[in-house]
Design a protein. Structure first.
Lengths: 254, 333
């Protein structure tokens, strides 16, 4: 159970080997091996400070790891920045780095992938098309939003998270990475997001899900990876585990 | 700051959910006054000065006012791009001086006025580029970097010019300064063109959205793949470019390149941006707001002059109005 080292299989969409990251003297995680299989929902769980978020940020190019290798689609693909990861087909819903308060809902949904019309050498924003598609994206995920022209600053935490998930899911990505996607959501919104994650899976989109909520993880995921104190300590099939076993793995009581 | 341009889609799209607020509710809402501070101020000044001194409203005076405002409008646009990224460009007026001196020297060297103007604009753009690179790559606060370049290029200007003004006798610049097309002089048209181009760049291009995103939440913007450093460098370069245009207009206006910094240009460019409802914390900006803010500040000086108020009182009035505007801004939504 403790040794989780293996060669990334061909069916892995995203994998890493021997990955390490520290900030100054503080070790975020050491020698981590991990893989997310194509078309599956892969969950990463662990206590606060176990290194989950930092691992995810390394995998999607926000942080550059100190050592180890990252494979995407079977090839070594170290991403130097989030833009590269995004171009390769990885969309991320970050825990804190999500939306720009001063921009509108529609602007946020299309940030850095704006729709433009070309007039000769000049590319102008097609704001009407973006507003219309933004409304369509929101209604597809049954996210209730009074107006797509509203500034994000004036939205609730739940609405904000819904929008960042909507943005990640709405781009035709191969892999959507979500860091605590329902942490700040209400009951109805949580149910909507879970339904959305299932829908992504049905459409063969791979999902990596970081969560504290063991019940949610067992409901949604196919494979669960467990981190503890900066190490990847176990991996189990969701269908073959219990809530008690996950608690034991996370706390180290096993 | 919500320009009419920005508000229009809100009303059409949101018409079903939210009805238009009534006029009285609008007038009681402090954020309305905050968003429209520069327009309200300009209208107020025009009414007050128009009553106190009817000459103020004469066509000739209004044309002179617009002509005098052109340089400040162009500079305020440059400052707006920088402030939108939550930065500030203190080297703006010094860059204008450097541009003017280079224009004068290149022209005096016999290179022709067109080459002189292009080189002046290139030089000030390079100053902006340098600011941007030092701030992003050097990770030095904008305030410190532009204060440093303010001093540095002031010195450079003095060294290049030997502290002496250079006469620029050019028919092209003379025409630029005194000629007119339709109701406005050429400098006014230059300012109008700058307003239109900047407005389109801010609201209708990807760069504009990325600029506001960078100013709003730089880390989030970076996480979404926006190259925030490049955006900031571009903003400072635009500021430098605007300083170059302003230096050409300035040399055309006074007929010589002076090794003197007009510090009121710098302060007024920041003041116009604040009056225009642009957030000094970044992320919110408009072009019409600061342009109208620049007009308002020019109208203030013009009106006080017509009323024979001593020039000593003008900075006092500008200062009072800017602080008042900043207070009103606190009520911005």
């Amino acid at each position: 159970m403790s040794a989780v080292h293996h060669i990334p299989s061909s069916e892995a969409i995203l994998a890493c080997e021997g990955l390490s990251k520290h900030f100054g003297g503080i070790r975020a995680f050491t020698d981590v091996a991990f893989q997310a299989r194509l078309g599956e929902v892969t969950a990463v769980i662990g206590d606060n400070g176990a290194g989950k978020s930092t691992l995810i940020r390394c995998l999607v190019g926000v942080h550059v790891p100190d050592g180890g290798e990252i494979f995407f689609d079977g090839r070594p693909r170290p991403f130097a920045n989030p833009d590269e990861a995004r171009k390769a087909g990885i969309e991320t819903v970050h825990q804190n780095l999500a939306l720009i308060d001063e921009l509108t809902v529609a602007q946020n949904l299309f940030l850095n992938r704006e729709i433009v019309r070309r007039i000769g050498p000049i590319a102008l924003l097609d704001r009407k098309a973006m507003r219309e598609q933004a409304r369509a994206m929101l209604s597809r995920l049954s996210i209730n939003m009074p107006s797509v022209n509203q500034r994000v600053r004036r939205l609730s935490g739940g609405q904000r998270q819904a929008i960042s998930i909507c943005r990640a899911a709405g781009s035709g990505a191969k892999l959507v990475v979500m860091d605590e996607p329902t942490a700040a959501l209400g009951v109805q919104e949580t149910a909507n997001v879970e339904a959305l994650i299932r829908r992504l899976r049905e459409q063969a989109v791979s999902v990596i899900l970081v969560s504290h909520n063991f019940d949610q993880v067992r409901r949604l995921s196919d494979q669960i990876w467990v981190m503890r104190a900066g190490r990847m300590v176990a991996t189990v099939r969701s269908s073959e585990t219990t809530g008690n076993e996950l608690v034991a793995l996370v706390t180290g009581a096993a | 700051m919500n320009t009419p341009e920005q508000n229009a889609p809100v009303h059409t799209a949101g018409a079903a959910e939210e009805s238009r607020p009534s006029l009285s509710a609008l007038l009681l809402d402090p954020s309305f006054w905050a968003d429209w501070a520069s327009v309200v101020g300009l209208v107020g000044l025009v009414i007050v000065f128009g009553i106190a001194q009817p000459v103020f409203l004469s066509i000739a005076n209004l044309q002179a006012l617009l002509l005098a405002a052109a340089i400040l409008v162009v500079l305020s646009i440059g400052q707006t791009f920088v402030v939108a990224t939550a930065g500030i460009d203190l080297s703006l007026a010094a860059a204008v001086m450097l541009g003017a001196i280079i224009l004068g020297l290149v022209n005096a060297a016999g290179w022709g006025i067109f080459a002189a103007c292009v080189l002046a604009v290139l030089a000030t753009s390079a100053v902006g580029l340098l600011n941007g690179v030092l701030i992003t790559a050097g990770k030095i606060p904008d305030f410190v970097v532009t204060l440093g370049t303010l001093s540095g290029i002031t010195g450079l200007g003095l060294i290049l010019s030997g502290g002496e003004p250079t006469m620029v006798g050019s028919t092209f610049l003379l025409k630029l300064a005194s000629g007119s097309f339709g109701p406005f002089g050429y400098p006014v048209w230059v300012a109008i063109a700058a307003v239109i181009v900047a407005h389109v760049a801010l609201y209708h291009t990807r760069f504009g959205v990325h600029l506001l995103a960078t100013g709003g939440q730089v880390e989030s913007a970076g996480a979404l793949g926006i190259r925030t450093n490049r955006v900031k460098i571009a903003a400072y370069t635009i500021s430098g470019f605007c300083a170059g245009i302003a230096s050409v207009l300035l040399v055309a206006r006074i007929g010589s390149a002076e090794p003197l910094i007009n510090t009121s240009l710098l302060l007024n460019s920041v003041a116009a941006v604040v009056l225009g409802g642009v957030s000094l914390f970044g992320g919110r900006a408009s072009i019409l707001g600061p342009a109208i803010g620049a007009l308002m500040l020019t109208a203030l000086v013009n009106g006080l002059t017509l009323l024979s108020v001593s020039a000593f009182y003008q900075p006092l009035a500008v200062g009072a109005i800017v602080v008042l505007a900043a207070l009103i801004m606190r009520y911005q939504k």
